[in-house]
Ligand binder design. Structure first.
Ligand code: 0WD
Length: 257
């Protein structure tokens, strides 16, 4: 297990106990990190506060990633309370439900804009906010979460697939931009996991079944397994890895017929 003791991290994208970001928060806490966690609006505040009782002295902050003033507020608080930042986990994604249900050709201008804003642009905005705090620490590590729907067509994934393609390209451009400051930027492409976000994708149960039948490991993956891969990318063991999309999907991505 990698050691994050003495490190501080920001975790964005916790909705409930099933959230992949919560799995990563638990692993980072176990590895000794001090954490700031965020909740999106009042809707999720109670969930995040309750879960955070399991964390040691967490900083709990509101953050809607579409709101630049809230982004600024998060980094001001982290600067004031924690004095710097070593890692950032980005687990926020959203596409309007109707965009995931309608035929892809019906994708609306607004649905496209919102999906790309929340699911991809937000990584740039958060990286920019984190930059001065990480520079002060001599570097940092940023990890986001993506899905194979960025490269292959999965029924009903639709505009989220386009957003994930943009997110993965964003990882590479940020990695190139921030690498000279010793800030690494990577994505984990997780296999399907039944979370709140996943419940918006109709036929999700069928996707899970496909992985059980066809992934080389003949199973799906768990949030805790994604979290272990995140510990590698966030910690010392991953120090030479950047601009990478690490597949944590029981090998499904390699399958053809
Ligand atoms: O199968 C899966 N669950 C996979 C998820 C497979 C591969 C990748 N992922 C990705 C997702 O696309 C996402 O980027 O992992 C990331 C985390 O997703 P999750 O853990 O599956 O889902 P969830 O627990 O729902 O967390 C995503 C959260 C939102 O929850 P909602 O209530 O929208 O489902 O993203 C947050 C919110 O907490 N979020 C926002 N946070 C700040 N500002 C915003 C926003 N505007 N919109 C959504």
């Amino acid at each position: 297990m990698s050691d994050l003791s003495g490190k501080t991290g920001l975790i964005v994208g916790i909705a409930n106990k099933r959230s992949i970001a919560w799995g990563i928060a638990q692993a980072a806490q176990a590895a000794g990190a001090r954490l700031a966690v965020t909740y999106q609006g009042e809707r999720l505040e109670e969930n995040v506060r309750e879960l955070s009782e399991a964390l040691t002295d967490p900083l709990i902050l509101p953050l809607d990633v579409t709101d630049d003033s809230q982004i600024a507020g998060v980094f001001e608080s982290i600067d004031r309370e924690l004095g710097g930042l070593d890692f950032l986990v980005h687990g926020a994604a959203f596409a309007p439900r109707e965009e995931l249900a309608a035929p892809f050709v019906q994708t609306s201008r607004e649905g496209f804009r919102v999906s790309l804003d929340i699911s991809a642009y937000s990584l740039i905005a958060l990286a920019r906010g984190a930059l001065p705090l990480m520079e002060r620490r001599g570097g940092g590590s940023i990890v986001t979460l993506t899905y194979l729907g960025s490269q292959r067509v999965f029924q009903n994934y639709n505009v989220m697939g386009v957003a994930k393609a943009a997110l993965e390209a964003t990882v590479r451009y940020l990695a190139a931009d921030l690498g000279p400051k010793n800030i690494r930027v990577n994505a984990i492409s997780a296999g399907p996991i039944k979370t709140l976000a996943a419940s918006g994708i109709s036929g999700f149960g069928g996707i899970l079944q496909l992985y059980r039948e066809r992934a080389p490991l003949r199973r799906t993956v768990e949030a805790a397994e994604v979290a272990d891969a995140a510990m590698f990318l966030l910690g010392h063991a991953g120090r030479a890895v950047t601009a990478e999309v690490l597949m944590v999907d029981a090998g499904y991505h390699a399958t053809g017929m």
